[in-house]
Design a protein around this ligand. Structure first.
Ligand SMILES: NC(=O)c1ccc[n+]([C@@H]2O[C@H](COP(=O)([O-])OP(=O)(O)OC[C@H]3O[C@@H](n4cnc5c(N)ncnc54)[C@H](OP(=O)(O)O)[C@@H]3O)[C@@H](O)[C@H]2O)c1
Length: 242
């Protein structure tokens, strides 16, 4: 990644893929702002990442337009915006058990949140800047209990293509992860997380589930490659083939 001297906002930078990306961007010499809702998680990430001169952390809920506007007011000009944010608690349910509120939280965190980031963030980006959002394999290999997440990921990819046209020359892309070992699986699998991920690994052509760094690497490509826009980059160990 040639990101030295660039300024990068990573919403979701306190956990999982976003945290791995923050580490890579700092290593590449970028100034990084991580954002998430929970102050304690942000503080823990700060401690893990070190490099206080190049790192800022701002508590923000991207489903709240006032907070998104304040975030960009605080950051000022920047080069890249990334969101890995998702709130999926309670959303993996068969329809009879699905509560609309849980579905709405997925839509708000993965679709409206990115929309607000683009609305308030695009005016702060340089012409060579980029926006990267995170969809996911559920849109391509839907499973029972996953209808809301499947729908939202597909909608997000549609939004990305439209924004790539509307916000050009700013580039707008999505990364679509497959199964990746991050804290989010605790919401889906609880205590059975390790067992479930080990079984999933056997089903994939690459014989393993993804690591947060696999996705950080792909986002780094999308930020750095000036000829890629309106694209969904699949990083899923061959999941769509099986
Ligand atoms: N892990 C997988 O296997 C997998 C597979 C396919 C797709 N994905 C997608 O990949 C993305 C990243 O997932 P991950 O596994 O890295 O998840 P994660 O470890 O749970 O991290 C999610 C991050 O988003 C933040 N966040 C959630 N809602 C937010 C909001 N409303 N405003 C601001 N920040 C918010 C969280 O912090 P706070 O809770 O403090 O806000 C956290 O930092 C998600 O979009 C997920 O749907 C993951």
């Amino acid at each position: 990644m040639d990101l030295a001297n660039s300024k990068i906002l990573i919403v979701g930078g306190s956990s999982g893929m976003g945290l791995a990306l923050a580490r890579r961007c700092l290593d590449a010499g970028a100034d990084v702002v991580i954002a998430g809702r929970n102050e304690d998680k942000l503080q823990r990430a700060r401690t893990q990442l070190g490099n206080p001169a190049a790192l800022d952390a701002v508590a923000t809920d991207i489903t709240r337009e006032d907070q998104v506007a304040d975030l960009f007011g605080r950051i000022g000009r920047l080069d890249h915006i990334v969101s890995t944010a998702a709130e999926i608690e309670g959303a993996y349910q068969l329809l009879p058990a699905l509560e609309l509120k849980a579905a709405q939280r997925v839509v708000e965190s993965k679709l409206y949140g990115p929309l607000l980031l683009a609305k308030h963030g695009a005016p702060m980006l340089s012409a060579a800047g980029s926006i990267t959002f995170t969809s996911g394999i559920a849109a391509y290999r839907p499973a029972a209990r996953g209808s809301v997440v499947a729908a939202v990921n597909a909608a997000l990819e549609g939004l990305v293509r439209a924004l790539a046209v509307e916000l050009a020359p700013i580039r707008v892309n999505a990364v679509s992860p497959g199964w990746v070992d991050t804290p989010i699986w605790s919401f889906v699998a609880g205590d059975r997380k390790d067992e479930m991920l080990a079984a999933m690994a056997q089903r994939l052509p690459v014989g393993r589930v993804g690591q947060a760094d696999d996705i950080a690497d792909a986002i780094g490509f999308l930020m750095g490659n000036g000829f890629t826009t309106g694209t969904t980059l699949h990083v899923e160990g061959g999941h769509r083939l099986v």
